[in-house]
Design a protein around this ligand. Structure first.
Ligand code: ADP
Ligand code: MG
Length: 698
């Protein structure tokens, strides 16, 4: 016997139920079953007296006897009603099916325990489809205090797998297999963190003896889950730190860096300076840098990236900057060329739409080292692209680049280049520790001076006239306007562009040519077309840019001071924040106007309100996590949730996560290869084969 046994042979399961459990709950083995945890518990140590009951109470437990049965009603309303009594009174129990089975199984005047939610009709209390247990069985079962409630899909319930049946199955499994459970944490970790043993935790998570034991079990299992996540991430990080040397990039070689400082049109903020010194430190350490740069939209990450790239170039290396979209790559190219004009420096742009002849030319320049900085999209990691000596790679708006893609970069060199990952999507600390746990972190927590906070306003569709008046006045002042329409991502088909097309028509009527110019960009346009539209807007020739979320990341047009988001209720919080970040980049007062339909759901309303009351990306990210709740992170793929958590939560378990992280660090400091801890090596290996999808980490 082992925990890898199939569940099929567990008494009470069998082939048919095993199939259902596999299909709907992903439960294949005993181990899976043991790790399918309850989502809540009902206190079964407490018995109510029938005369204490009322319909306000949640699920209650009573003890007594059925004294009679009767069948009432016709067809759909046909029901079996039992009168259930204890010493203090009676209540009705009602069923709509299985009449015979129930009457046969629970004959009158047997002592029963009944569990259910009391309801009231015509001053009569009743419970429909109660859970029933013989008093005798109840006394002998593990469940005498807190009864676990499992999430059981309707499909399973229909096939007889009720919560009660599930409880029974788990009870059987625990009795039969508990002795086969092997501890997964080393003694030292258990002692240092005062954890209960795995066997204890598994028993008490399913059938807690009391509240305290339940809490201890939950803590232990959450800790274990988070600990192993951190261990995997940090193991990787330690491995790199110890085994991979980095190109040496030092300050005494500065040349271009100094020239750039001289011609920068602004002074760097303190935060930017701090980040640069972090990078300097890494560059000179002899180790490979793997650093995350977090900074809210508009905080000035690009210039930091540029200065760092120049450090690399000054030291004789090539540098590359990767962007997630063609538009963004294009923009970076222009920005960097503008900032670097007059510098003896060769910057090239390589994207999907670069012409073949130009592409060849670039390939050659990269190999013979005449190109210093390459800016591009995914095209940059195509196999053909080879560098003479790539020393440093910047990945902008990184959530679109998976680790797998990052890994491809390393193959371009014998040595791994330094890596700076930049993201504007502020994410809560817990998430950051998980998603970017293998990276060192720098933060830009300060915006360049002189920025006026963006004013965010919520209008519903009935105020459209007011919106248009406002836009007219802004255009008159020389400002430009973004208008964004939602598109359902998976099906970016012509049909889903309908909103945008209708919107375009309505805006064109209000702002007719030739007096007004409206540009359009969306994901289905050819790169050249997109580019044309963006140019029209960026150069100030178009007054309005109508777009889908393709403009979400990175685009920088300082004169655009109004962002109108249509059907804002259909966007997620962080997406709204990203979009809003496209304005507020110049010195003018900027506005973000959230247009929604009249009636909003509670959640949508909360999102809109949150955005109206705060400009702080980190606050918004926390709120986002809170609003969405665990396991329900919208845009999951986008922001990269690499780990499916079984019991811990990204929101709310931060204190355990921090502990788990510290512990993983402690262990790795003692034994970077984990040779001292065979248990950990073993479990890590197992986890690696199992479930982490590294490509999802991004
Ligand atoms: P993001 O961090 O969102 O990528 P950018 O790098 O695009 O932000 O910078 C936003 C704008 O702020 C750009 O127009 C840039 O030139 C400007 N900027 C960056 N740093 C400073 C600074 N220290 N002082 C003034 N303006 C700055
Ligand atoms: Mg940027």
């Amino acid at each position: 016997m082992s925990l890898n046994d199939s569940i099929q042979y567990v008494p009470g399961v069998g082939p048919k139920r095993a199939e259902l459990l596999k299909k709907h709950l992903n439960i294949f083995t005993i181990q899976d079953l043991l790790y399918y945890f309850p989502y809540k518990y009902i206190d079964r140590s407490k018995f109510y007296l029938i005369n204490e009951l009322n319909s306000e109470l949640p699920i209650v437990q009573i003890k007594g006897k059925i004294i009679d049965y009767k069948i009432l009603g016709e067809k759909k309303t046909k029901r079996l009603i039992a009168t259930f009594a204890d010493a203090t009174g009676t209540i009705e129990l009602i069923w709509f099916n299985s009449f015979e089975w129930i009457q046969k199984n629970y004959p009158p005047f047997t002592e029963l325990v009944v569990l259910g939610k009391p309801n009231e009709f015509n001053h009569n209390l009743y419970i429909t489809h109660p859970e029933i247990e013989f008093w005798e069985t109840f006394q002998n079962s593990l469940i005498q205090t807190l009864q676990p409630q499992y999430t059981i899909p309707e499909k399973l319930k229909k096939h007889g797998i009720s919560n009660k049946v599930f409880n029974k199955i788990i009870q059987t499994v625990i009795k039969q297999y508990l002795s086969y459970v092997k501890e997964t944490l080393p003694d030292i970790v258990i002692q240092r963190n005062k954890l209960s043993s795995l066997t204890n935790a598994l028993v008490n998570i399913h059938f807690p003896e009391n509240n305290q034991k339940k809490e201890e079990a939950i803590y232990r299992l959450k800790f274990e889950e988070l600990f192993y996540i951190q261990l995997q991430i940090l193991y990787l990080k330690y491995y790199r730190k110890h085994n991979i040397s980095g190109f040496l990039i030092t300050k005494d070689k500065d040349k271009l860096v100094k020239l750039l400082y001289k011609q920068l049109p602004f002074k760097l903020t303190q935060a930017q300076i701090k980040v640069l010194s972090d990078i300097r430190h890494d560059f000179a350490s002899g180790k490979q840098m793997n650093r995350l740069l977090q900074g809210d939209v508009g905080s000035g990450k690009t210039v930091v990236a540029l200065l760092a790239m120049l450090m690399a170039v000054d030291n004789g290396y090539q540098a590359a900057l990767m962007a997630p979209t063609e538009i963004l790559a294009q923009q970076h190219y222009q920005t960097l060329c503008e900032l670097c004009k007059n510098l003896p420096l060769n910057i090239e742009l390589l994207t999907g739409s670069t012409k073949t002849s130009q592409r060849k030319h670039i390939h050659k320049g990269l190999v013979n080292g005449t190109i210093n900085i390459l800016i591009g999209t995914h095209a940059l990691i195509e196999d053909k692209v080879c560098f003479a000596n790539l020393g440093f790679v910047v990945i902008d708006e990184q959530h679109r680049f998976g680790v797998a893609q990052r890994a491809k970069l390393w193959q371009k060199n014998t040595n791994e280049p330094h890596v700076l990952v930049m993201t504007a999507t502020p994410i809560p600390r817990t998430l950051a520790m998980t998603i970017y746990g293998d990276l060192d972190v720098s933060v830009i927590d300060e915006l360049p001076p002189g920025r006026k906070p963006i004013k965010t306003i919520h209008l519903d569709d009935s105020k459209r006239l007011k919106l248009f008046q406002f836009l007219h006045s802004q255009i008159q002042k020389g400002r430009q306007i973004y208008v964004v329409f939602p598109i359902i991502k998976e099906s970016e088909t012509l049909v889903s562009l309908k909103d945008l097309e209708d919107g375009y028509e309505s805006y064109s009527r209000e702002f007719p040519p030739p007096k007004y110019v409206i540009a359009v960009v969306h994901g289905q346009m050819k790169p050249q077309e997109k580019d044309f539209s963006m140019q029209l807007f960026a150069s100030g020739k178009a007054h309005i840019l109508i777009a889908t979320t393709v403009i979400e990341v990175g685009v920088n047009v300082p004169n655009a001071s109004v962002m109108v988001i249509e059907s804002a209720e259909r966007f997620g919080l962080s997406q709204l924040h990203q979009l809003r970040g496209r304005v507020g980049r110049g010195s003018e007062q900027s506005y973000c106007i959230l247009m929604t339909k009249n009636q909003l759901s509670k959640e949508a309303n909360m999102r809109i309100q949150t955005l109206c009351e705060s400009n702080d990306g980190f606050y918004i990210a926390e709120k986002d996590l809170e609003l969405r709740g665990p396991g329900d992170l919208e845009g999951t793929q986008q922001s990269g949730m690499p780990f499916d958590l079984k019991i811990a939560r990204y929101s709310g378990d931060e204190h355990i996560l921090i502990r788990a992280k510290n512990e993983a660090e402690f262990i790795l400091q003692q034994s970077p290869d984990l040779n001292q801890y065979p248990i950990l090596q073993h479990t890590l290996k197992k986890l690696k084969n199992e479930k982490i999808d590294w490509s999802k980490i991004s």
